[in-house]
Design a protein around this ligand. Sequence first.
Ligand code: 5GP
Length: 187
Amino acid sequence: MKNKGLLAVISGPAGTGKGTVVKELQKDENIRVSVSATTRAPRTGEENGVAYHFLTKEEFLRMIDQDGFLEYAEYVGNFYGSPKKQALDWMKQGKDVILEIEVQGCEQVKNSYPECISIFIMPPSMQVLEQRLRDRGTETEEVIIQRLMRAKEEIPLSKQYDYVVVNDRLEDCVSEIKAIFEKERLK
Ligand code: 5GP
């Protein structure tokens, strides 16, 4: 009988569709997705405690001092972090935990939890990525450009991940990741 769940990091440039992929994976009752804390402002429709725990910078810094994060990073001017307690509790209960985080966070998690698995979701091309970011319609032009520049920096770092999965068709990408989980659970 399994007594400890997997810890899986999923990264990929903004606009690569990883949020949708993670939502699909979450339908598996054995999988839990960590709700991150962030200092960024909520987007329309984002509920506190569901999309993110929205914190002030002071609250975020206090949580760092209290060793409350598995990892945290600054991304395009805001802090993001994965609360430690909830993720570790779920793993103890035998649930597989997904952290949907950017690349600096992944490095930190690998240092503290070398047994974690890391998956990088790759867009089919930069053109598709840009189109997806624009179609989302949630960001200003300035933020879109910052995120595209960040994507160009992040993509080469995919080499550091255990698995790279291209998100061309959502169903294929989700099945590929499910297959990775199945394989890792058997190890
Ligand atoms: P967004 O502002 O689009 O929701 O997220 C921006 C980036 O921050 C995404 O790449 C997302 O994966 C990443 N992110 C979200 N939560 C965390 C977190 O807890 N830690 C880290 N390191 N990155 C995060």
